[in-house]
Design a binder for this molecule. Sequence first.
Ligand code: SAH
Length: 346
Amino acid sequence: MQAEKKDIRALTKEQLRDFFVKEGDKAFRGNQVYEWLWQKGAHSFEAMTNLSKPTRQMLEDNFVINHIKVDLMQRSSDGTIKNAVRLHDDLIVESVLIPTDTRTTACVSSQVGCSLDCKFCATARLKRMRNLNPDEIYDQVVAIDNESRLYFSRPLSNIVFMGMGEPLMNYNNVLKAIDKITSEEGLGMSPRRITVSTSGVPKMIKKMADDEVKFKLAVSLHSALDDVRTSIMPFNSTFPLQDLREALEYWYSKTKSRITYEYVVWSGINDKRKDVEALVRFCRFAPSKVNLIEYNPIDDGAFQQADESAIKLYQEILERNGITVTVRRSRGKDIDAACGQLANKS
Ligand code: SAH
C-alpha cells in the first residue's frame, strides 16, 4: 500500500529546497515550487508550468496540496462577492470581497462557526467546529485577491478579520497567516491595511500589544454599559467592560495605534442618550473612532435597527466630544454577505 502523501504546504521553503537536493535536483526548484504554492496560489502540480513534466509527476507521487476550494461564488447587485469555501475536511466557511471606488477589501473567516454567542449574529448559531489553520486563512485572501484582479482589474487592497469566528480565540494561527500575507514571500501587503476585529478578549488584546503587532484593532463594542452589553453579548459577563478598557489602554500605550469601535444602534436596546454618553466616556480611555454600522437582520426581528434620529443623536454627541464617527452602509445584503450574516445558508 502506498504511504499517505504529505501536504506539501506544511513544508517551509528550506525543507522544499532540501527535498529537491535529496532528489538529486537543484535547491532552486524548491523556490520555484514555493512561489507556485504561496504567491501564485497553484492548486495542482500540473499548473506549475516552469517545472518539467517528470518533476511535476514526482511531486504528484509524493505530495498533495491541501488547498481550500471555492465551492460557490455569489455576486451581489452592488458588486460584493461571497465565497463559500470548502476545507479539506469538507467543512465550509465564508469569505467576502467588498469593492468600493478606491479599494477592494477581503473579509475573511478565522474559525468554522464561533464559540461566542452574540445574540444579533448569524454565525453565533453555528457551533464552533474548529479553528482554521494559517494556510486556510491565507488561502481565503489569495482567492479574493485573484477575484479582485479578475473582476475589478486590481489587487486586493485591504483585509478585515470580520468573517466567521473570533480571531483572538485563534490568535496563533491568525498571526501566522498575517505573517505570510505581509511577508515578501507571500503577498507583501502592508500590515496597516489589515484590521483584526474582536468582540474583546482582554488577555489577548494585551498579548497583541506585547507582540507589537502592526495591524489595526477593531472592537465590536455595541454598548458601553455592562448590563446592556451582557444582554446582547453574554460573554461580557466573563470579560466585563472594565477589563476590556484596561486592555485597550494597555494596547494604546504600547502600540500608539488608534482603536475602532464597531457599533450598531438598535431600537429599544442602545438608542438612548445614556447609551451615547457611556460610549463617549468609554472613548476617552484611548484614542479611538466609532464606526456606526448598519444592522443586517438575521431573523424574525428581535433586533431592529434604530431610526435615523437615534443615529443622528450618536453622531452629534460623539462629534461634539471630538470623537471621529463614520456611518457604514452594508454591502452584499442580497446574498447574505453582510456583517453578521455569514452562516453557510447556501
Ligand atoms: N468575532 C469578531 C469578528 C466577526 S463579527 C468580532 O466580534 O468582532 C464582525 C462584525 O460584525 C462585528 O463588529 C460584529 O459585531 C458585527 N455583526 C455581527 N452581527 C451583525 C449583524 N447582524 N449586523 C451588523 N453587524 C453585525
